[in-house]
Design a protein around this ligand. Structure first.
Ligand code: I3S
Length: 128
């Protein structure tokens, strides 16, 4: 049987390397500080890991490394936000608690995939 035959382990939807900066915490603006982050979309959450070098999609398992932070996608809002940065391919994710993140990739196809995958999760949660 598969490792998740009981359905209790949330589904790993996507994982990869993106540039990330948090720009607001609880609605309060923060100074930008871009850095590469290993981003994992699992269940209803977007989970951020430091040290991308130690992470690969095949090796990642829930609980085997410490996340830097985690975002609950329920009620979150996603917008393209190229006006908020000189970088290309930037989108903004805002949580219900007023935390805001910019995520960016130099690769057009990659950032589009991330955008639509995250939006699909938000839409699914909106329908629940
Ligand atoms: O929106 P800003 O303030 O122009 O963002 C830039 C700054 O945060 C800058 O850091 P300083 O706090 O040292 O000025 C960052 O190095 C830049 O990356 C930020 O702009 P971009 O356009 O890269 O998001």
């Amino acid at each position: 049987s598969s490792p998740d035959s009981d359905g209790c382990t949330p589904e790993l939807e996507k994982a990869g390397l993106l540039n990330k900066t948090k720009i607001a915490e609880g609605g309060r603006k923060l100074r930008k500080n871009w850095s590469p982050s290993w981003v994992v979309l699992v269940g209803n959450s977007l989970v951020f890991f430091k040290d991308p070098k130690s992470q690969t999609p095949s090796s990642w398992k829930p609980g085997n490394s410490r996340p830097e932070s985690s975002v609950d996608l329920r009620g979150a809002q996603l917008h393209w936000a190229n006006e908020l940065s000189s970088k290309k391919n930037v989108f903004k994710l805002r949580t219900v608690t007023g935390n805001e993140f910019l995520l960016q990739s130099e690769t057009d196809s990659l950032i589009k995939e991330w955008y639509s995958t995250i939006q699909n999760v938000i839409d699914r949660l909106d329908r629940e």
